[in-house]
Design a protein. Structure first.
Length: 149
């Protein structure tokens, strides 16, 4: 029996793959539990249509991420931090603070867990942090920390 998998099934195949399985396993386990559908010309056409739709959605999300990456090039986030007596920065600016400031000032929402450079900003001056906006699209956030007087 040929089936189209709706989910990844261990030792059978990945989602959207067409697999040959025994009749009993296919009808009594895979189809009954919603893990697969029987392969027909109609289901194959439906699978192709879904794959095309997913590819189109992926393309749109990638284009949006590239636009955000371009916008980030022109943005510099400003922070103030206290200094110690010897002129070094006291404390640090975390990725969470950077993301909150980006959301508040420029209305751009990103995930703080997607930072490639995961270190906090702990020095005065300019720092550039890289963040993965979407699969394979990397943007750079410019951060300037000034002394709080």
């Amino acid at each position: 029996m040929k089936v189209i998998l709706l989910k990844d099934v261990k030792n059978v195949g990945k989602k959207d793959s067409i697999c040959e399985v025994s009749d009993g396993y296919g009808s009594n386990y895979l189809i009954r539990n919603g893990l697969a559908i029987k392969y027909t010309q109609g289901s194959a056409a439906h699978l192709k249509m879904e794959q095309d739709q997913r590819a189109e959605d992926e393309k749109i999300k990638t284009e949006e991420a590239k636009k955000i990456a371009e916008d980030l090039k022109n943005i510099t986030l400003e922070f103030k931090a206290p200094s110690s007596k010897d002129g070094r920065m006291f404390g640090n600016i975390s990725p969470k603070q950077i993301i909150e400031e980006l959301k508040k000032v420029h209305n751009i929402s990103l995930d703080k867990r997607k930072f490639i450079d995961k270190y906090p900003v702990n020095a005065f001056g300019y720092t550039r942090l890289r963040i993965e906006i979407y699969k394979g699209v990397i943007g750079t956030i410019n951060v300037h920390v000034g002394e709080n007087k």
